[in-house]
Design a protein around this ligand. Structure first.
Ligand SMILES: C[C@@H](C(=O)O)C(=O)SCCNC(=O)CCNC(=O)[C@H](O)C(C)(C)COP(=O)(O)OP(=O)(O)OC[C@H]1O[C@@H](n2cnc3c(N)ncnc32)[C@H](O)[C@@H]1OP(=O)(O)O
Length: 571
């Protein structure tokens, strides 16, 4: 469609009256909007002006036009040009002067002796897809493959005859496949103005190799981690430490109804557990708060999905494992009645004992359609898994008769012999979910909209709103930042883009925050998913603490409110 109408338009645009071309343009716009999603226009990256005298042109922009930032001239032999960039805040002007005998702008300057606008350059999120979609439309790309342009980003030019007489460059704003850009090495084309020194404007952990930009965790390739039982308190702590630092996945937890926000589900669960004083839970509700918090945080950050994988996997009987289990029960529909509770308990009981066969498989397709889950610990000597941590669903959480659960979070479970002191607790294992997540902290510019930011990161507007607790699109006018988990960004997002965007927006930042103190436009930060341990109870300013039985460290007493306060941008 795009191809046909555009092909029709092209001669029209060149030859006919303004009226005709206006109506033709309308047709083009309509069809283009319906066209390939690959062709998404970003911002105007720059306007390039070919100049016969670079020095004179630079001085003109610096002294007469009083541009704040005019860069040095940089030779780009592979493009046959010298370039100077003039920063304008919302875009740039690129001054071009021929370099070498075969410069592509020599002919242009021969025709336009005093220089003139040579091309415009537009950002697109995925240049390869964009060029492919344009090919379908009969627009010729002037090179088969993108070249690395002035900003270390891939660039492809489009034939001016196919673009209404304007030479158009497309910049891959997200640098999806450019090895130079992804590897974070300054390319030799790095421009003094636009390629800032490494580390500048970036959080310390942002200046990292691209490998660390990979999502923190992928989908579980090995759903169940090996959880070794500890024999003593010190063994337990060591075991937990070792297991927790691993990047493997174990089972994930809750699958609520689509429309129910995680925090509401968990709030209800916490409230229920408090109301019931459920003795089957870990000894205090604070552990459950912490647990609920961990679930919510990870869910919001897209780390938890379904536990179908986990329950469909065999559980080797020779080791202790922790598994996530779905229960056939919907929080939404739950009453408070004991009968229902009993029914659930009975179901859970079957789930954990009856459905696990001798080889340890818990592969029951019926479980895959359910909506709430619990956690269970499978223990080799007892041929059954024991559910815990989900009130009103759990059957008595006995790990045999002599063990009780001392502490439970998504990262670890500690159990103890009944009647013994916490110091003698032993660890069953750890869930091994990540303890931190990489977040983009995006400083909102005056001109930015939620829509624009969502395109920039390849994240849905609804996700962006939910993550940042924005209920009304105009609310971003009162915000300084938006937070986006890196793993939710489009896979095309790269360190190179962060650098490029920070450099490109530096003048604007300085206008807002003053020269030399301007904060980065985009920051990569590491956010803890769990509350941090306290050094010691009396000195800790944030309120009550409790002693973690296995770790023997003091941890903040977590309440739902404190979680909300602490992570207000996500919860
Ligand atoms: C560093 C990088 C970056 O920003 O990152 C850059 O800036 S690199 C910037 C420099 N690199 C580039 O420009 C690469 C892409 N450019 C090219 O491949 C070439 O320059 C072409 C655009 C294909 C033009 O080739 P060439 O000069 O050999 O052909 P030509 O002079 O016979 O022109 C053919 C027709 O195109 C028209 N034409 C030529 N250059 C034009 C321009 N800049 N804007 C509008 N129309 C243009 C001519 O008037 C002519 O039309 P008539 O037939 O009607 O007379």
């Amino acid at each position: 469609m795009l191809c046909k109408s555009y092909r029709r338009l092209s001669p029209l645009a060149q030859a006919s009256s303004a009226l005709t071309s206006l109506s033709a343009r309308r047709t083009f716009v309509t069809n283009a909007t319906k066209g390939s999603a690959a062709w998404k226009l970003g911002r105007l990256n720059h306007v390039a002006i070919a100049v016969p005298d670079m020095e004179q042109a630079s001085l003109f922009w610096r002294d007469v036009m009083q541009a704040d930032r005019v860069s040095e001239s940089v030779a780009m032999p592979e493009h046959g040009v010298y370039t100077v960039f003039v920063e304008l805040g919302n875009t740039k002007i690129e001054l071009l002067h021929p370099h070498g005998e075969k410069s592509p702008i020599a002919g242009f300057l021969a025709k336009n002796k005093s220089g003139g606008i040579h091309h415009i350059c537009l950002d697109v999120p995925d240049i390869k897809a964009a060029i492919a979609s344009l090919k379908e439309s009969g627009v010729r790309a002037l090179s088969e493959e993108p070249k690395i342009g002035a900003h270390n980003l891939p660039v492809v030019f489009l034939h001016p005859k196919d673009c209404g007489g304007v030479l158009c460059g497309t910049y891959n704003a997200l640098a999806s496949f450019c090895p130079q850009a992804r590897s974070h090495r300054p390319h030799k084309n790095a421009h003094p103005l636009t390629s800032r020194p490494a580390g500048m404007h970036m959080a310390p952990n942002a200046a990292v190799a691209s490998s660390s930009l990979e999502p923190d965790c992928s989908r579980p390739s090995k759903p169940l981690a090996n959880l070794q039982g500890g024999a003593s308190a010190s063994d337990a702590a060591t075991t937990l430490e070792t297991l927790s630092s691993s990047s493997a996945w174990a089972a994930a937890v809750v699958v609520p109804k689509e429309k129910r926000p995680w925090n509401q589900v968990l709030r209800r669960m916490v409230q229920r557990s408090r109301a019931a004083h459920d003795p089957l839970m870990s000894p205090s509700t604070k552990d459950f708060d912490s647990f609920a918090h961990s679930v919510a945080r990870r869910a919001e950050c897209g780390l938890l999905e379904s536990i179908g994988d986990a329950i469909a996997s065999p559980l080797p009987r020779s080791e202790t494992h922790m598994v996530g289990v779905k229960a056939d029960c919907d929080l939404e529909d739950q009453g408070e009645g004991a009968a229902q509770g009993d029914a659930r308990s009975s179901y859970a009981s079957q789930l954990f004992s009856g459905k696990m066969n001798e080889s340890g498989d818990v592969a029951d397709p019926a479980l895959c359609n359910s909506s709430v889950c619990g956690l269970a610990v499978s223990e080799p000597s007892r041929s059954r898994a024991v559910p815990l941590a989900i009130p009103n669903i759990a059957v008595p959480a006995r790990l045999g008769d002599n063990l009780v659960i001392m502490s439970c979070s998504l990262n670890e479970i500690a159990i103890s012999e009944a009647g013994s002191s916490p110091a003698s607790s032993i660890a069953l294992g750890s869930m091994l979910l990540p303890r931190t997540i990489k977040m983009i902290r995006h400083r909102i510019l005056a001109c930015e909209t939620l829509e624009g930011i969502s395109v920039q990161y390849g994240i849905q507007i609804s996700q962006l709103k939910r993550l940042n607790r924005i209920w009304n699109s105009s609310d971003i006018a009162t915000r300084d930042h938006l937070y986006i988990p890196l793993r939710m960004c489009s896979p095309k997002f790269s360190v190179a883009y962060i650098e490029y965007a920070n450099a490109a927006h530096q003048p604007e930042m300085e206008i807002r925050h003053g020269p030399g103190t301007s904060p980065p436009y985009i920051d990569l930060i590491e956010v803890a998913l769990d509350p941090a341990p306290c050094p010691s109870p009396p000195e800790h300013p944030s309120g009550p603490v409790h002693l973690h039985p296995a770790r023997k460290q003091w941890w903040p007493l977590v309440t739902y409110e404190s979680i909300q306060r602490h992570f207000s941008f996500v919860m």
